[in-house]
Design a protein around this ligand. Structure first.
Ligand code: ADP
Ligand code: ADP
Length: 224
């Protein structure tokens, strides 16, 4: 069963800044919108959940196992689109994805087919031979999602994916994530409420490093 459990998770940066404090959450398949203003601790928490940073307090369990003890078990099932995702502008989308698949040590035999599937899923198949330097911001973000899907992840973490996109690209991106959810757990961080109000089954709202709300959008509206 796809399940990510956070138990009193905290993160303190070297130098002393407490960016995340006592966050408890239990998440299953579907889209979870992680909302909060700049500085709320969203990126820090996402780095912890993607094993790039290790919680300094509490623990994170993936399918019941502590990710600090077995990070590889989570990494094998993780797709991650960081906020600062960059592309090699001289490569085509097809070349870039094949390169990343090799870096992620996908079996060589499977690479070409999987690259085509991922290009198809994000709607870039017809322009896959164009150089990435000529792509729009929205197209680049779709390349970012495509690379996150290469290993067919059960957990997809996307950090502020719609920053810099125009409204049409943003809408398209929302539809794409909704299509991808299915049996996956998708965690999407944003400070733009409209990115997730329609698609997220659950919301988690952070402020000042703490979790201030977790529940459905309906419950949030009812309690507001
Ligand atoms: P976000 O857009 O998620 O709020 P920030 O603008 O806070 O990100 O941070 C951008 C980058 O600078 C990140 O890589 C973050 O780790 C780093 N950073 C942010 N605040 C500090 C800080 N006080 N000291 C050192 N690095 C920081
Ligand atoms: P958000 O993603 O919600 O904007 P962040 O997780 O980027 O929030 O930042 C949470 C807090 O941690 C902020 O106060 C930020 O300045 C601080 N911070 C982020 N990165 C670093 C860092 N590398 N070193 C020290 N403080 C940081």
């Amino acid at each position: 069963m796809v399940e990510l459990a956070l138990e009193s998770v905290g993160y303190r940066y070297r130098g002393g800044h407490q960016a995340v404090t006592d966050v408890g959450l239990r998440l299953g398949p579907g889209i979870v919108g992680l909302l909060g203003p700049n500085g709320a601790g969203k990126s820090t928490l996402m780095r912890v959940l993607s094993t790039l940073a290790r919680a300094t307090a509490g623990r994170v369990l993936w399918r019941g196992e502590d990710i600090a003890r077995r990070p590889d078990a989570l990494r094998a099932e993780l797709g991650y689109l960081p906020q600062d995702f960059g592309v090699y502008e001289a490569l085509s989308a097809r070349e870039f994805l094949a390169f990343l698949a090799a870096v992620k040590s996908l079996p060589a035999r499977a690479v070409a087919g999987r690259v085509e599937e991922c290009l198809e899923m994000v709607g870039l198949h017809d322009v896959a031979d164009r150089r990435l330097g000529d792509y729009s911001g929205g197209m680049r973000q779709r390349v970012g999602i495509a690379q996150a899907l290469l290993n067919d992840p059960s957990l997809l973490i996307v950090d502020e994916p719609t920053v810099g996109l125009d409204p049409e690209e943003r809408l398209r991106f929302r539809h794409l994530l909704a299509e991808l959810a299915g049996q996956r757990l998708v965690i999407l961080s944003t400070h733009i409420v409209s990115d997730i109000e329609a698609s997220a089954g659950e919301l988690a709202i952070m402020a000042g490093g703490q979790l201030r709300f977790h529940g459905t959008p309906e419950v949030l509206i009812a309690t507001a």
